[in-house]
Structures are given as structure tokens and as C-alpha cells.
Design a protein around this ligand. Structure first.
Ligand SMILES: NC(=O)c1ccc[n+]([C@@H]2O[C@H](COP(=O)([O-])OP(=O)(O)OC[C@H]3O[C@@H](n4cnc5c(N)ncnc54)[C@H](OP(=O)(O)O)[C@@H]3O)[C@@H](O)[C@H]2O)c1
Length: 216
């Protein structure tokens, strides 16, 4: 499995404002993300991103095929009127839940055309188990598009191959604004995950796209 994390953040490391506005990237950078999507077998996001943004997660700004959409959603909270579920009969959609997710909601999700994968007994979705299940479904290349909580869980598994971050020349501030990586975090810098910078792209928009690979 190849796993890429892609995100856009402000100079101060926020991926959304304190009110959840995440319209950070330029159209040009969004087209780059759509190209990445079309080269992936699946795009993976956390349920809070679906609730905040109601995204489609399809390929629209470039020509290319749609990847499967995978929503990491322990308790099957995904709204039945979300763009993801409303388009689930047309674009492959997988909702990753735990055994604790309500059965009736799972039936409704399946009725709308989405597949449901159970990964973990309770608490959060076990992302390692989820990736194994996705592999069994023929998914080999995954693009993780956040948010911060999911980025932390996936970074912790140590299975990521690439981290691509766009830094937009803006500052959003806000102590409650979501940052690139949330979760518990490490206590010591010596424990943190180390990366090497392999490419820098400077855009006319003033954005910088940084491509990192983890140091193994
Ligand atoms: N700028 C960007 O590139 C970008 C990209 C994506 C999102 N965003 C922004 O980020 C914000 C949302 O980020 P977020 O950090 O609050 O949430 P998130 O990562 O999108 O979703 C987190 C939620 O996913 C569920 N989840 C299930 N299993 C999990 C696991 N193993 N690890 C982590 N989460 C798991 C949990 O909810 P349950 O307990 O209910 O399952 C958890 O609260 C939004 O404002 C969105 O606009 C920005």
C-alpha cells in the first residue's frame, strides 16, 4: 500500500480557521490535488472533515477518473444528505466504522450504495486494520486528505510514504483552529517523526508546495 498525505495550511500551520473554513489553496493548487486524486485508488478523510466541508472528493478540475472515497467514521455519523452519500451510487464510496456503529444506520448507508468496512471493536477506527481491508478490496494507492486528527492517527502507524504540504501566504491564528496534525502529539522532539525534504515548488500564487518523505 502506498500512502500519501496531502494538505494545505497557513503559515501558522492551520488547515482551517477556528470556524472550520478551510478554503486555503489557490485554484491552481487545487488542480494539483485533483491530479493526485485521479492517480490514487482511494481518497481518505475523517468524518469531521465531511461534516465541516460536505466535500465531493471527486476529480473535477482536471481530466481523470474518480478514486474511491473512504470516510473514517467510527460511529457511522455521516449525514444521509451529505454529498458523499448522495453520490455513492455513482462514485465508489467506503465508510470505515467500528463494531459500535449503529446497525440501522449501516443499513441506510449501504442502501445508498456505499460499502461499509468494520475496522476495530470500539473507540476510533483502527486505521491499520482499515488499510488491510482496503488492500483486500484492491486499493493500492491512497491519498489522505485530512483532517488533523486523522493525519495524526495515520502518521502514528508509520505507513506513510509521502507528505505533501502546501503553505499559503496567510495567517489564520486561533488556538482552537485545526492544525496539520492534531492528536495527542509527542512529548519529546526526539520521539517525533522525522522527514527529509525531497522537492520544493514555488507557485506564482505565493504558495510553496513542500514534498517530504519519512526518514525510516
Ligand atoms: N486544509 C486542508 O488541507 C484540510 C484538509 C482536510 C480537512 N481540513 C479541515 O480540518 C477540519 C477537520 O479536521 P479534524 O482534525 O477536526 O477532524 P478529521 O481528522 O477530519 O476527523 C476526525 C474524526 O474522525 C473520526 N475518526 C475515526 N477513527 C479515527 C482515527 N483512527 N483517527 C482519527 N480520527 C478518527 C473521529 O470521529 P468519530 O469518533 O465520530 O469517528 C474523529 O473525531 C475541518 O475544519 C476541515 O475543513 C482541512
Amino acid at each position: 500500500m502506498q500512502v500519501i498525505i496531502n494538505a494545505a495550511m497557513t503559515i501558522d500551520g492551520k488547515i482551517a480557521t477556528r470556524k472550520g473554513d478551510s478554503a486555503i489553496s489557490s485554484k491552481d493548487d487545487l488542480a494539483r490535488v485533483h491530479r493526485l486524486r485521479s492517480a490514487a485508488d482511494a481518497v481518505v478523510v475523517g468524518i469531521s472533515t465531511v461534516i465541516a466541508d460536505n466535500p465531493k472528493l471527486t476529480v473535477r478540475l482536471v481530466k481523470g477518473r474518480n478514486p474511491a472515497r473512504v470516510i473514517v467514521d467510527s460511529n457511522a455519523r455521516i449525514p444521509l444528505d451529505s454529498q458523499i452519500l448522495l453520490s455513492a451510487s455513482k462514485v465508489r464510496t467506503i465508510i470505515a466504522v467500528t463494531k459500535g456503529a449503529p446497525k440501522e444506520k449501516i443499513l441506510k448507508i449501504k442502501d445508498m450504495g456505499a460499502a461499509v468496512v468494520v475496522a476495530g471493536a470500539k473507540g476510533n477506527v483502527d486505521v491499520s486494520k482499515m488499510f488491510l481491508a482496503l488492500e483486500e478490496m484492491g486499493i493500492r494507492k491512497v491519498l489522505v486528505e485530512g483532517g488533523g486528527e486523522l493525519n495524526w492517527s495515520i502518521l502514528q502507524t508509520g505507513i506513510i510514504d509521502d507528505l505533501i504540504v502546501t503553505i499559503a501566504p496567510i495567517i489564520a491564528g486561533g488556538r482552537s483552529a485545526t492544525t496539520l496534525v492534531e492528536g495527542e502529539g509527542f512529548a519529546k522532539i526526539s520521539d517525533s517523526i522525522k522527514f527529509k525534504l525531497i522537492r520544493v515548488l514555488r507557485k506564482r500564487s505565493g504558495e510553496v508546495v513542500l514534498h517530504y518523505k519519512p526518514v525510516r
